[in-house]
Design a protein around this ligand. Structure first.
Ligand code: TYD
Length: 204
């Protein structure tokens, strides 16, 4: 199944909201229907993304401004190396986190949200659809606590309350807020329905 233009679909949400699971299900569903679909994530696999992951092991090693700088460098590389080429080939790109994460996470650390938005809008490709998987931070952290270190969980939960508030403040036609405490299957069906509906308008 071909589309008239590249389509960028973004999944956002706090840690443990279920983005990666939903990204995989959506990939499979679109693939089964014959669409040419690729998956990327931020932080990316590139050199800046690797650096971010290394530094994330020690949460206090970077100031908020330094974090912002690294996420921007990683995003610039991801946009040029991965997103633009795939979109030029009229693929459907599913992206796990994008600049809304920077507005929310670095914004929650006190950096001016308008400034974060402005510096991103200078170079990003704008997405077609953005899904925000919304979950209570305690529930999200419960889901991932087996995967990650349990220390400083309370501090993390307090921070994620702020991050969530910022995610919830995004409003507009392309932004879709999904209650991620619902069963996984209901969420994937809802996302699939909205995406397929959007694709009807851009199919060849
Ligand atoms: P990610 O690898 O998506 O972690 P997870 O799968 O556990 O959600 O992201 C790593 C962390 O980076 C996550 O806590 C969110 C944070 N982050 C930012 O703070 N700013 C950003 O711009 C991005 C893309 C991620």
């Amino acid at each position: 199944m071909a589309v008239q233009k590249g389509i960028l679909i973004v999944l956002e949400g706090i840690d443990g909201a279920g983005k990666s699971t939903q990204a995989e299900i959506l990939m499979n569903r679109l693939h089964e229907r014959g669409y040419d679909v690729v998956y990327f994530r931020e932080p990316s696999e590139g050199k800046w993304g690797q650096e971010i992951k290394k530094k994330a092991a020690d949460p206090d090693s970077l100031s908020p401004e330094e974090e912002l700088d690294l996420f921007l460098k990683d995003r610039k590389e991801n946009v040029e190396k991965n997103l633009r080429p795939a979109l030029e080939k009229k693929k459907i790109v599913i992206l796990d986190r994008y600049y809304f994460s920077t507005i929310a996470y670095q914004g929650a650390k006190g950096i001016d949200q308008k400034r974060i938005r402005r510096v991103n809008e200078e170079f990003v490709v704008e997405p077609d659809l953005v899904f925000f998987l919304d979950v209570d931070p305690r529930e999200g952290l419960d889901r991932i606590k087996n995967r990650k270190k349990k220390d400083r969980l309370f501090e993390r939960a307090e921070y994620l309350v702020k991050v969530r508030e910022i995610f919830r403040s995004f409003r507009g036609e392309r932004f879709i807020h999904i209650d991620s405490s619902k069963p996984k299957k209901e969420i994937s069906a809802e996302i699939e329905r909205i995406v397929l509906n959007y694709l009807i308008g851009v199919r060849l």
